[in-house]
Design a protein around this ligand. Structure first.
Ligand SMILES: NC(=O)c1ccc[n+]([C@@H]2O[C@H](COP(=O)([O-])OP(=O)(O)OC[C@H]3O[C@@H](n4cnc5c(N)ncnc54)[C@H](O)[C@@H]3O)[C@@H](O)[C@H]2O)c1
Ligand SMILES: N[C@H](CO)Cc1c[nH]c[nH+]1
Ligand SMILES: [Zn+2]
Length: 426
């Protein structure tokens, strides 16, 4: 990992840049696949699934017989773990709904706002390097709570053309039955445009690699909504001299193992901690099955030493990590000063893995600095908020002159007349 000592503030904009592929080439590749799927539907989706995932499929949609077989193949202990996680995620997300409240802004003028589930949603579940069935809970549960009517799920198949049994188990647990065995750009295109077998969605959710994230950003320009750019995983650990180097190394590796383009940071005021973390990383990395992916990600990553905690906080806010772990004595006080992060983990006993799987918060979060302006997925992401109003005759008498005065001042006489014509009849 690169060690950066006392970087001056004017170097921070370059320092916080994430590693990205050549964006021109990436965008061209993605645009070509999007256009092909739009023109050729299932045939193109199958062709790209064969090219990128090495699988030739007759049927893109998971068949009922495959569902029963997959569910039977999930070990009981894993089923229980998935159900415990689902219960916690439900508990946390159930509290994100608010009762409709009618506000009387003037006598006889009532206004209210209601959340209505987006009718058709598409969920992308990553599967290129690991079958992230936990992501099904993170997207499927808020979709269920929001009352979305049609949910389609796309995920890449394994080399045998099948889905990991836990993917199928988690999907049925959250009531998803329309499951397509395809990933990458072709999956995002299929959900955006609709194909013969994959239904079109109004909004597409879910994390993915740089191809998936770029495809989501491009289809957004065509009028399909997306949750947010949720690309390669990131964690930043903010630590002082009370932190435990072995815990920090474990947390950094937990996100580095997601893929080559993940990025992990340590920001600290403690010089001795840096050497200890480096040693712990060496010890732990060699034992990981996914050490090659993690080692590549560590090459993109940084251990940053700063003088003061004040500066450390400012740098964390400039970096705007997907996940921020505060491994410091004053974790709660420091957390108050965090302006930019997808999700924050406080203290030495809150590993990011807890939030990735089971504590209850959502793990679909903005990466690449988008946490400066975007939130992670929640029930809100799956609803539109429609406003309503009802005016009585008394209400229109109260508000009428205000509307007429403003409409006439804007030169919009027809607006004023829509009020006058009614007032003349009261
Ligand atoms: N931000 C978040 O909330 C969050 C959550 C979970 C996972 N993630 C991230 O999701 C990512 C998952 O990535 P993944 O690769 O394992 O799975 P993925 O499902 O996102 O991508 C796999 C697909 O990429 C496509 N692809 C691969 N190489 C290609 C190429 N050369 N050209 C065109 N398409 C190509 C293929 O179609 C393949 O099916 C990781 O980066 C992980 O860190 C992020
Ligand atoms: N850390 C990922 C979000 O960046 C979520 C995840 C899923 N499984 C394990 N981790
Ligand atoms: Zn993770």
């Amino acid at each position: 990992m690169n060690i950066v000592r006392f970087p001056s503030r004017n170097t921070w904009p370059a320092l916080v840049q994430r590693p990205v592929m050549d964006t021109t080439q990436l965008q061209q590749t993605v645009k070509d696949i999007l256009a092909d799927v739009r023109a050729n539907g299932d045939e193109a989706v199958k062709r790209y699934t064969s090219r990128f995932d090495g699988v030739t499929l007759d049927n893109l949609l998971l068949q009922p017989g495959e569902i029963a077989a997959a569910i039977a193949a999930v070990p009981e202990q894993l089923k229980q773990a998935i159900e415990t996680a689902a219960t916690n995620i439900r508990r946390f997300h159930n509290k994100q709904t608010a009762a409709v409240e009618v506000i009387e802004t003037m006598p006889g003028v009532q206004c209210w706002r209601k959340s209505v589930g987006i009718e058709k949603v598409g969920l992308y579940i990553p599967g290129g390097t690991a079958p992230l069935f936990s992501t099904i809970l993170m997207l499927g549960i808020p979709a269920q709570i929001a009352g979305c009517k049609e949910v389609v799920l796309c995920t890449p198949p394994g080399k045998d053309g099948k889905l990991h049994p836990a993917i199928v188990y988690a999907a049925q647990l959250v009531g998803i039955t329309c499951i397509a065995k395809t990933g990458g750009v072709q999956a995002i295109a299929a959900m955006a445009y609709g194909t013969e077998s994959i239904p079109q969605a109004y909004k597409i959710f879910g994390p993915g690699n740089q191809y998936v994230t770029c495809a989501k950003q491009l289809i957004q320009q065509e009028g399909i909504a997306i949750d947010m750019p949720a690309g390669p995983s990131e964690v930043c650990v903010l630590a002082d001299d009370t932190a435990d180097a072995a815990f920090i190394a474990a947390d950094l590796l937990s996100q580095a193992e997601h893929g080559n383009d993940s990025q992990v940071w340590l920001v600290t005021t403690s010089e001795p901690l840096i050497a200890k973390v480096q040693q712990a990383l060496d010890e732990q990395l060699s034992k990981l099955p996914r050490r090659d992916l993690a080692a590549n990600a560590l090459a993109n990553s940084k251990l940053v030493l700063v003088q003061q905690m004040e500066e450390a906080i400012d740098l964390c806010n400039a970096y705007a990590a997907e996940h921020l772990i505060i491994a410091c004595k004053d974790d709660e006080a420091l957390a108050q000063r965090i302006m930019n992060a997808g999700s924050v983990f406080l203290g030495n006993y809150s590993p990011e893995s807890a939030g990735d799987y089971a504590s209850g918060t959502n793990h679909t979060l903005p990466t690449n600095g988008f946490a400066k302006a975007y939130s992670g997925v929640s029930v809100d992401s799956f609803v539109k908020k429609i406003t309503y109003q009802k005016l009585t005759q008394q209400g229109l008498l109260q508000i009428g002159n205000t509307v007429i005065a403003m409409a006439e001042a804007e030169g919009l006489d027809a607006h004023a007349n829509a009020v006058k014509v009614r007032l003349s009849k009261i």
